[in-house]
Design a protein around this ligand. Structure first.
Ligand code: ADP
Ligand code: MG
Length: 257
């Protein structure tokens, strides 16, 4: 195990799931990558990865009585190990977020890079857990000042639990947008690097409709190039899998939310 990243943002719909799978596929060229849909209340990674008919999902692992084994919730897709989450509200309500620590710890012991597709809000235990557990966050933003300010809140929260920032990913950037000025502000406020600016792209929407990650559906699209550039800038750190697993197991889940 090398490193765990939470892909986060202050709002839904910014492109976290798109980014999680795109970064995952780019990193899978070099590393063993495991992608987990840790957005357990608003899961949608299954639709992006063609796993909407998955039998066993993360929800089953978070509900003790279902007695599911971790291996059954791991699907080998697009060169990665993918752990989708179900969309049932009843399962979300029955799920014990604390169990996520053990699931992630177990998965961490047998992979190089963990990517946690994370919830947008900070309002509950299940929402903050991925950010608390990860080594670093990737902040996905639209290139606007309100989006920056939401992202800063997420970062502040992450830092208060010792999670660093890997960088900022600007998504859905239109040609007329002045991303440089925003990126300059982001550099100043986030103190982290801009990983890439991902253009608004029809191919991203088409990939979602096809149930495939962008890099599988339209590998030559400029948005796919930008995600590969971002992945190269992540500069994955070396770490001992057992240490990381141990850290996850013993992580204190905040009660302050
Ligand atoms: P989140 O996980 O943050 O809620 P998604 O990754 O599911 O966001 O993206 C939300 C919607 O926006 C999806 O329909 C997706 O196809 C679309 N989308 C994301 N990024 C782009 C982009 N760069 N260009 C066009 N559409 C995009
Ligand atoms: Mg999502």
């Amino acid at each position: 195990m090398v490193e765990a990243f939470a892909v986060a943002s202050g709002k839904g719909g910014t492109g976290k799931t798109t980014s999680t799978l795109a970064l995952g596929m780019a990193l899978a060229e070099e590393y063993d990558v495991t992608v987990i849909d840790a957005d357990t209340g608003m899961a949608n990674l299954l639709f992006h990865a063609g796993l909407d008919d998955a039998d066993v999902t993360l929800h089953d692992l978070l509900i003790e009585e279902r007695d599911a084994s971790i291996d059954d919730a791991v699907y080998e897709r697009f060169g990665m190990s993918v752990v989708p989450c179900g969309t049932s509200l009843a399962s979300f309500e029955a799920a014990d977020p604390e169990r996520l620590r053990d699931v992630v710890a177990e998965l961490a012991s047998d992979t190089d890079v963990l990517l946690l597709d994370s919830p947008a809000a900070l309002g509950s235990k299940s929402a903050v857990l991925p950010i608390v557990l990860a080594d670093r966050i990737v902040v996905v933003l639209q290139p606007t000042v309100p989006s920056l300010s939401d992202g800063l809140k997420v970062q502040e929260y992450a830092h208060s639990y010792g999670t660093d920032t890997a960088g900022v990913l600007f998504n859905r950037v239109r040609p007329d947008e002045d991303v440089d000025t925003i990126a300059e502000q982001a550099g100043r406020y986030f103190g982290g690097q801009t990983l890439a600016s991902i253009p608004e792209s029809d191919a991203v929407r088409a990939a979602r409709r096809a149930g495939e990650p962008l890099l599988a559906h339209a590998s030559d699209d400029p948005a796919a190039d930008a995600f590969r550039e971002a992945a190269a800038r992540l500069d994955v750190r070396d770490g001992d899998g057992r240490d990381v697993a141990q850290r996850f197991k013993s992580a204190v889940v905040p009660d302050r939310v």
